[in-house]
Design a binder for this molecule. Structure first.
Ligand code: NAD
Length: 487
């Protein structure tokens, strides 16, 4: 067995959760089924959760419905107090959460502490502040325009940044005055139980927050179909988002969709090439490539291809692959065996399609036969219409695509069904911004600028609709009501 596997993995003590959190009580699920939670570093079960069903979903929705009138009528400052207590409660358990999420997702521990735990705490704290800043009423001519909570919200989340995505939805929904049923990913659900405990300790009224776990087509779809759910806030794959949109349409729910991506980093001829290539690799390989806005296509001028390819291979070699709990590891395993197999199949597809394999490949990294590991892989001379340049791989795989001129670069960057993120690297911010304006995506990093938790986050085209984070995220959970007074 390789060395990385023999130490006692602190995340491998089973965490058995056999209750759902509904109306402030930990209740036994309706069905008897359970789902194992797998540690992708050891491919062993580290816990299990209930496979909730439509009966469980209905109980949670009823609790959320019963709590809605009173919760939506609380003063925003009161809701802000609860949100601040949730942020504090998470902070107090941040070390435990970092280890838990490193175990569930496979992200290196230090990164997990900063991103997977630091970010959700900041989001809850931010929504504590923003709840008090909403303009809840406004006079428009002879009308008084009110903002009101949408109602009962089903929050359905993925596994890649599990608590961050939960916080972006639950924090905003609670600040707006909505009540919530959370259905977290069945791949990384354990952190959601910690959040439920934190919310319980924060003393929120019964039914304001409810947790139901289970498979998407079962517990998830039961929530989407439920007539008493007013809104579905979903983050996940475009395929599931499409299905959710269809099902939600039967009851005309509001639907916010944060879906997949195939983001391009456009490196212009006047850019600092070394910085741009290094920055692109980092944005592509973060969380082992399992980031919706990962910069997976690096667009370089034809004349700079050789140098860009050399720099990319050099940068990729710095991504040490291994156990996420070992210091110095930059690239942990992928989150599940299914995800590993899917990514390796894409790498084989790239080879079949004739792309040049510059480094990496479909085999397990040396010494890591056990675990969901994938080599950091860079393809050169990638045809922009090929599968690996068009489909979301969700693994540490970069495609280098060449372009002739700026118009060609913009055309290639926009030529996928997705429109989530992207980057432009140029000799000046002005030049980069001019090109960024032409990209059909929700966010574009300018010369190495990165994620901003208070700016709107979301997609164009098949990357979804709606925006999360900051005031923009809060807006998603609010209705307008116009009171027409006599002029
Ligand atoms: P997924 O679509 O498989 O699952 C996401 C969630 O939806 C899970 O909780 C799942 O149980 C549930 N689900 C699945 N089918 C459902 C259905 N028919 N009805 C109701 N719920 C259903 O996605 P995943 O594999 O967990 O996450 C990876 C995907 O998420 C990638 O495509 C990634 O790009 C995307 N993502 C997008 C963003 C964004 O902000 N745009 C952020 C992170 C991840």
């Amino acid at each position: 067995m390789p060395e990385a596997q023999v130490h006692p993995h602190p995340a491998t003590s089973p965490l058995v959760r056999d209750r759902l959190f509904i109306a402030n009580r930990w209740v036994a699920p309706h069905g008897s089924g359970f789902i194992d939670v797998i540690d992708p570093a050891s491919e062993t079960a580290i816990g299990r959760i209930p496979a909730g069903d439509d009966v469980d979903a209905d109980a949670a929705v009823q609790a959320a419905r019963a709590a809605f009138d009173a919760w939506s009528a609380t003063a925003p400052a009161e809701r802000a107090g609860y949100l601040a207590r949730i942020a504090e409660g998470l902070r107090a358990r941040s070390e435990e959460l970092a280890r838990l999420i490193a175990g569930e997702v496979g992200m290196p521990l230090k990164l997990a502490a900063a991103i997977q735990v630091g970010s959700p705490i900041a989001i809850f704290a931010d929504y504590a502040r923003l709840a008090g800043e909403v303009e809840w009423e406004r006079q428009v001519g002879h009308s008084r325009v009110l903002r009101e909570a949408v109602g009962v919200v089903a929050c359905i989340t993925p596994w890649n940044y599990p608590l961050h995505q939960i916080a972006a939805k639950v924090g905003a929904a609670l600040a707006a005055g909505c009540t919530v049923v959370l259905k977290p990913s069945e791949v990384a659900p354990l952190n959601a139980f910690v959040l439920a405990e934190v919310i319980e300790a924060a003393g929120l009224p019964a039914g304001v927050f409810n947790l139901v776990t289970g498979y998407g087509p079962a517990a998830g779809e039961a929530l989407v179909r439920h007539p008493d759910v007013d809104m579905v806030s979903f983050t996940g794959s475009t395929a599931a988002g499409r299905r959710i949109g269809e099902v939600a349409a039967t009851t005309v729910k509001r639907v916010a969709l944060e879906l997949g991506g195939k983001s391009a980093a456009v490196i212009l001829p006047d850019a600092d090439l070394a910085a741009a290539v290094k920055g692109t690799l980092s944005a592509c390989f973060l969380n082992s490539g399992q980031t919706c806005s990962a910069h997976t296509r690096m667009l370089v001028p034809e004349t700079l291809y050789d140098e860009a390819a050399r720099l990319a291979v050099q940068a990729a070699s710095a991504f040490t692959v291994g156990d996420p709990l070992q210091p110095g590891v930059k690239l942990g395993p992928l989150a599940s065996p299914a995800q590993r197999d899917r990514v390796r199949a894409y790498i084989r597809r790239g080879l079949e399609e004739g792309a040049t394999l510059l480094c990496g490949g479909p085999e397990a990294p040396e010494g890591l036969a056990i675990g969901c590991y994938v080599q950091p892989t860079v393809f050169g001379n990638v045809d922009p219409s090929s599968t690996i340049a068009q489909e979301e791989i969700f693994g540490p795989v970069l495609s280098i695509v060449t372009y002739r001129d700026e118009d060609d670069a913009v055309r290639i960057a926009n030529d996928t069904p997705y429109g989530l993120g992207g980057a432009v690297w140029a000799g000046s911010d002005e030049h980069a911004i001019a090109v960024a304006r032409r990209l059909r995506t929700g966010q574009v990093d300018i010369n190495g600028g990165g994620f901003n938790g208070r700016a709107p986050f979301g997609g164009y085209k098949q990357s979804g609709n709606g925006r999360e984070l900051g005031t923009y995220g809060l807006d998603e959970f609010l209705e307008y009501k116009s009171l027409q007074c006599k002029p």
